[in-house]
Design a protein around this ligand. Structure first.
Ligand code: MF3
Ligand code: CO
Length: 267
């Protein structure tokens, strides 16, 4: 069942999203050579709790950390640990906050120190994929329009689109209906209306789109060992177009301003 959220619920998700955005910004700045992924996880948990939130991922299907940290050929769901970041790594950080019962979910890929040109281009195109997906979140359009737009952008640049994992509805649960694939056919799927809140999260690969799961049962890697990138925002469809509820003031695509939600003191 797809649930539409009230203005008040969207406002609560936005407040949840402000915590996610602030802590993610701090993590992006901290992700430098010599820092362990476990340290980033500790920062994330302290940061989220310090702002009155709960780390959504912790305990989710037995997941033990507050964020996912996925390096280089790791696509998503990498578990923070002893790994120490190195110059040239491509790091994806995925984070979720629960605040007053409402979830926000966001992810970015960042360069650790200087990265190669190929990695930089993959990162940029994946962020653009998120933007073209968000642009489709208009009343009357369908969820398939998002996937079709993301796929066209990624494949147009010669990249692969991961099929096994998808975006999703967001609300009181992290994963609600509908599923939001990053591929598909325009004009198909659930019709979007004001009140629909989705997490769009393109996972884009430098080579083939096939993935495997490591023996830890979580970490998704590219089958061919090539690089992957991942960007995610939680976005509401409103009367006034899409509004990004996890918008940061750092490291965003230059065109996000039109998607900035109004600061409303409803609650
Ligand atoms: N944020 C991921 C998603 O977008 C989920 C993380 S899996 C978890 O669906 F186990 F770490 F929570
Ligand atoms: Co998600």
């Amino acid at each position: 069942m797809v649930t539409l959220k009230s203005a008040r619920e969207i406002e609560t998700i936005r407040r949840s999203g402000k915590i996610t955005a602030k802590v993610l910004t701090d993590l992006m700045k901290a992700a430098r050579p010599g820092i362990s992924t476990a340290y980033l996880d500790e920062m994330a948990e302290k940061g989220i709790r310090g702002l009155g939130g709960i780390p959504t991922f912790k305990g989710y299907h037995g997941y033990t950390a507050s964020i996912c940290t996925s390096v280089n050929d790791e696509v998503v769901h990498g578990i923070p640990g002893d790994y120490v970041l190195r110059e040239g790594d491509l790091l994806s950080i995925d984070i979720g906050t629960t605040f007053e019962g409402y979830v926000s979910d966001s992810a970015v890929t960042v360069a650790v120190g200087n990265i190669g040109q190929n990695a930089q281009r993959l990162l940029e195109v994946t962020q653009e994929c998120l933007m073209v997906g968000i642009a489709q979140m208009q009343r009357g359009k369908r969820v398939g329009d998002i996937g079709a737009a993301v796929q066209k952008h990624a494949e147009g640049h010669g990249y692969g689109v991961v099929r096994e994992l998808v975006g999703h509805g967001v609300g009181t649960a992290m994963h609600e209906e509908p599923q939001v694939p990053n591929y598909g056919k325009a004009g198909t799927g659930v019709e979007m209306r004001p009140g629909l809140v989705l997490a769009i999260e393109p996972m884009i690969t430098e080579g083939g789109h096939q993935v495997e799961i490591l023996k830890d049962g979580w970490t998704v890697v590219t089958a061919d060992g090539k690089l992957a990138a991942h960007f995610e925002h939680t976005i509401a469809v409103t009367e006034d177009g899409p509004k990004i509820l996890t918008l940061r003031s750092f490291g965003e695509h230059p065109e996000v301003e039109k998607y900035r939600p109004k600061e409303e003191a409803i609650v």
